[in-house]
Design a protein around this ligand. Structure first.
Ligand code: NAD
Ligand code: UGA
Length: 448
């Protein structure tokens, strides 16, 4: 099928590349000329495991092209994906101006044959109808009597950064929201190779469930899923804080409750809380939508509050260990909001750096991606070291901020010897206490 993906970020680029890989003819459109130039030269503008390789093979096969020309993209695609960003406004509301611009652009170029317009971006409830209205406005502004045929489908994305390609080929479900049977049929045809597990790790699995809903419900599924996962993490963090006080071990507690199939073991890792480009903004957007309709979301607000406090917990723990932080040097292991990504959006490290600076500490950091690429992400108040040994040298304490796999295998014996105080706060309960203690560290976890 002929597909146009508008917006080539973590979602759009991965979607475009994966759809081309399964045999579709895809054009990816972005209005960022530099990005498009980079992608045309065969390079991915984002770090995502496995993406570059798939991207290069799809480009070579001729099934994947890149352009800044929206008109050409719209002409090419029978299915048009909107995958632009929907960041949070200072009020917490979703900033839908990029979606609006794309919808206007589609209205300005739509012509001829039937198209399916897919909202892949996470958008406030009601955005499907809103996009339809903007597209139609654009069409009639051009020519009153122009007949166009299109339907809007909500197809929320559930991929995680760091495993985006894997998640796209192995989704837990595909949600399609629309009242158009024709549009749903085309979407089912598009996703058939994924539904049939042709690209799954485990081909013996049953087909991927496809849930067809109305537009509003599909949009709500996305927010409800992220809000639930974020609340689950805040819940275990609350339990961790109680564990700290009563002397229980939250890791054992998480195992104990996770074995209950009604609870499940995933997303029960206690630590410094959730960050990234989606949980924080999506929970706030849902809170805001509820307020618009006269409902106060006490549970979601509590989840946000717990999460905010959790980010500063490592500072409290540093103060307990070192007392005064003024004049001390603190080394951060990891900067990104989670491992296997270069994404720094709403990363807990940003708050930790800011607060340590405010308290007069010097902050150094080593992150496998940030240190390697040298891309500063606008970071300030932190010295980026190029390896973990240089990070440890002269530090009064280390804080593990991101659970990168390579942090399990560092030479902690060597690192401990070059520190003023061999203290480590494990903000993700990720390291092995015995290994660190054997290396001479005082080890402090979260709730354990
Ligand atoms: P992103 O910021 O990484 O990428 C957005 C891209 O859209 C950028 O490349 C930007 O240049 C481009 N863009 C903006 N306006 C444009 C326009 N008018 N025309 C063409 N291109 C334009 O965003 P993202 O992280 O990929 O997120 C996209 C959407 O998907 C958001 O709504 C987000 O909530 C949702 N989502 C993201 C993830 C994730 O893991 N990042 C997962 C699920 C859902
Ligand atoms: C999350 C969801 O998992 C995806 O399904 C969704 O598509 C995406 O948001 C989105 O809408 O953008 P992502 O933000 O990439 O994906 O990362 P997660 O793996 O969910 O982690 C989010 C944050 O929670 C990270 O900061 C992570 O460190 C933290 N986390 C996760 C915990 O603190 N504890 C856990 O047990 C799990």
């Amino acid at each position: 099928m002929r597909v146009c993906v508008i917006g080539t970020g973590y979602v759009g680029l991965v979607t475009g590349v994966c759809l081309a890989h399964i045999g579709h003819d895809v054009i990816c459109i972005d209005n960022n000329e530099e990005k498009v130039k980079l992608m045309k030269s065969g390079q991915s503008p984002i770090y995502e495991p496995g993406l570059s390789e798939l991207m290069q093979s799809s480009v070579s096969s001729g099934r994947l092209t890149f352009s800044t020309d929206l008109g050409a993209g719209i002409q090419h695609g029978e299915i048009l994906f909107i995958a632009v960003g929907t960041p949070a406004l200072p009020t917490g509301e979703s900033d839908t101006r990029y979606v609006e611009a794309v919808a206007r652009g589609i209205g300005a170029h739509l012509n001829g044959g039937y198209k399916v317009i897919v909202n892949k971006s996470t958008v406030p409830i009601g955005s499907g109808d809103w996009v339809q209205m903007i597209v139609l406005d654009g069409v009639t502004q051009r020519e009153q009597s122009l007949e166009v045929a299109f339907d809007v489908v909500s197809n929320p994305e559930f991929l995680r950064e760091g495993s985006a390609v894997h998640d796209t080929f192995n989704p837990d479900r595909i949600v399609l929201g629309s009242n158009s049977e024709k549009a749903i049929a085309m979407m089912e045809e598009l996703y058939a190779p994924i539904v049939e597990r042709n690209y799954s790790q485990d081909k013996s699995l049953p087909p991927v469930p496809v849930l067809v809903t109305d537009l509003n419900s599909a949009e709500m599924v996305k927010y409800a899923a992220n809000a639930f996962l974020a609340t689950k993490i805040s819940f275990i963090n609350e339990i961790a804080n109680i564990c700290d006080r009563v002397g229980a071990d939250v890791n054992q507690v998480a195992k104990g409750i996770g074995l209950d199939s009604r609870i499940g073991s995933k997303f029960l890792e206690a630590g410094i809380g959730w960050g990234g480009s989606c949980f924080p903004k999506d929970v706030l957007a849902l809170i805001h939508t509820a307020e618009d309709y006269g409902y106060e979301t006490e549970l979601l607000q509590a989840a946000v509050k717990v999460n905010k406090r959790q980010r500063y917990l490592v500072i409290e723990k540093l103060q307990q260990e070192l007392k005064i932080l003024k004049g001390k040097t603190i080394g951060l292991l990891g900067l990104t909001f989670k491992p296997n990504t270069d994404d720094m959006r709403d990363a807990p490290s940003l708050n930790i750096i800011e607060e340590l600076n405010r308290l007069g500490a010097k902050v150094k950091a080593y992150d496998p991606i940030v240190s390697q690429t040298g891309i500063s992400h606008g970071l300030s108040g932190v010295i980026i070291e190029t390896n973990p040994e240089m990070l440890a040298d002269g530090c009064d304490a280390l804080v593990l901020v991101t659970d990168w796999q390579e942090f399990l295998k560092l030479d902690y014996d060597k690192m401990a010897k070059t520190m003023h105080h061999a203290i480590i706060i494990d903000g993700r309960n990720f390291l092995e206490r015995e290994v660190l203690e054997k290396a001479g560290f005082r080890f402090v976890g979260i709730g354990c």
